[in-house]
Design a protein around this ligand. Sequence first.
Ligand SMILES: CC(C)(COP(=O)(O)OP(=O)(O)OC[C@H]1O[C@@H](n2cnc3c(N)ncnc32)[C@H](O)[C@@H]1OP(=O)(O)O)[C@@H](O)C(=O)NCCC(=O)NCCS
Length: 160
Amino acid sequence: MSWGIFTKTKPTIRLINTFFKEATRQDIDEILTIEQSVFATPWSRQKLLDSFSNPNAHVQLIIHNEKIAGYLITLNSIDFLDILTLAIAPQMQRQGLGKRLLDDLLQRLEPHNAHAILLEVRISNVSAIYFYQQYGFELIDTREKYYSNLEDAKILRLLI
Ligand SMILES: CC(C)(COP(=O)(O)OP(=O)(O)OC[C@H]1O[C@@H](n2cnc3c(N)ncnc32)[C@H](O)[C@@H]1OP(=O)(O)O)[C@@H](O)C(=O)NCCC(=O)NCCS
């Protein structure tokens, strides 16, 4: 028997015991473990520490079963917000957590302070580019040789 339009192509995994919280310096080791497991050129401990010292930066965590499952680091500019980095632990990816971190960011934003969210992403990071585009980000520019290995960056923007 066919279920027609009710057929699901992918099971929905319900993530109970999941919540958001702002990170503190005590979370750095767990953040670094994820950072080093998902990026070929991860942020250093010092670069992470700099985010904690910057009053315009915010490090938001998504916690699942009392462990950090992912994080989103943003920087407030005059009328837009920059996503500096976003990562979900490898074993937790593709379960909607990245999307939930972006949903949470939009809820926390004060629209009169930010009109857009911007980010740079490596041109080779096709899954992340697809993820952001699925969310509604549009490709607005390319910065040639932006990264230290001379890889280009794609600039993505979400108008809010
Ligand atoms: C990119 C990243 C943050 C996405 O988080 P995630 O929790 O895995 O993504 P979600 O489950 O919320 O995905 C939402 C949608 O994005 C798309 N998507 C996400 N990952 C994808 C992938 N690897 N391939 C294709 N589509 C993908 C899908 O449309 C997905 O919806 P679906 O699962 O119902 O099809 C995560 O994969 C990650 O941490 N990657 C490594 C670090 C990185 O590249 N960060 C971005 C650079 S700033």
